[in-house]
Design a protein around this ligand. Structure first.
Ligand SMILES: Nc1ncnc2c1ncn2[C@@H]1O[C@H](COP(=O)(O)OP(=O)(O)OP(=O)(O)O)[C@@H](O)[C@H]1O
Length: 255
């Protein structure tokens, strides 16, 4: 299986009286790389956590994979979540001792060959995130959920991590959902970018053409403008307290 499909129907999540996700419908194809962007608090992480099984929806349904498949789902967070008392290798192989050879290969692929026996405290932020990425990839997940995985890194390290992720996915494609605040990151890595607003999908941009990294500067600039306009629309409406109703028609109306 090179990735699992994802089908979400009428997903809702209330925290007390607050509705954080409102009837989210989403279909992601096997092997697709989808980025979720949107203002702080619109429900991106909540959606990812529910898909990962770390939170329960108030109502609605999620199906990962086709009937009869048992897809592996892994999540990676902004903080590395490595256990400080375990070596890097032991952090990557947690729960799966038998995969040591594969773990060593993955650590080499993320540039950490020779660091296997060291402890997280002696690694830089970027190196720790690389170890966390190796851990997430060890199980060859059919669905990889990334919650701002590079958000805490400096610009250079972030660019290197984006390239690394892109290369690793090209070798072994899988379905990916990435939450990011970085529009350029979304455009560089994704096949599709979704803007969330008030707990709903407000804009769904399927990026046509060649591999994301091969898109020309003019295409990237045009797509960036479209997404930034959608995000600014969001901020304006939040400031004015206007209740959003539906989908990309809001953007079209503004054009
Ligand atoms: N366990 C919880 N209990 C109560 N409210 C919660 C809980 N988890 C999230 N929320 C609220 O749900 C809303 C959405 O949170 P979420 O973390 O999904 O937003 P986000 O879009 O990922 O934001 P950010 O970009 O800042 O990470 C926020 O208002 C948050 O306070």
């Amino acid at each position: 299986m090179s990735g699992a499909s994802l089908t979400i129907r009428k997903l809702r999540r209330d925290f007390g009286a607050k509705r954080v996700l409102q009837d989210v419908d989403l279909d992601v194809a096997r092997g697709q790389f989808v980025s979720l962007i949107g203002a702080s608090g619109v429900g991106k992480s909540t959606l990812l956590k529910i898909i990962a099984g770390l939170d329960t929806p108030t109502s609605g349904s999620i199906r990962i994979g086709e009937p009869g498949e048992k897809p592996d789902v892994r999540m990676m967070f902004q903080e590395d979540r490595l256990l400080p008392w375990r070596s890097i290798l032991d952090n990557v192989t947690i729960g799966t001792r038998s995969r040591e050879t594969e773990a060593r290969k993955l650590l080499a692929a993320v540039g950490l060959a020779g660091r296997e026996d060291e402890f997280p405290s002696v690694l830089s932020g970027g190196q720790k995130q690389r170890a966390a990425l190796a851990r997430a990839l060890l199980h060859k997940p059919d669905l990889l959920l990334l919650d701002e995985p590079f958000g805490a890194l400096d610009a250079l390290t972030r660019a290197a991590m984006q390239q690394l992720l892109s290369d690793l996915l090209e070798e072994a494609p899988r379905t990916v959902l990435l939450v990011t605040h970085d529009v350029e990151e979304a455009l560089l890595l994704s096949d599709r970018v979704i803007v969330m607003r008030s707990g709903r999908i407000a804009h769904d941009l399927v990026l046509e053409g060649s591999r994301p990294r091969a898109r020309g500067d003019a295409t990237l600039a045009r797509l960036k403008e479209e997404l930034v306009r959608s995000l600014l629309l969001d901020e304006g409406q939040t400031r004015n307290g206007v209740q959003e109703t539906a989908s990309s028609s809001a953007l079209e109306a503004a054009e």
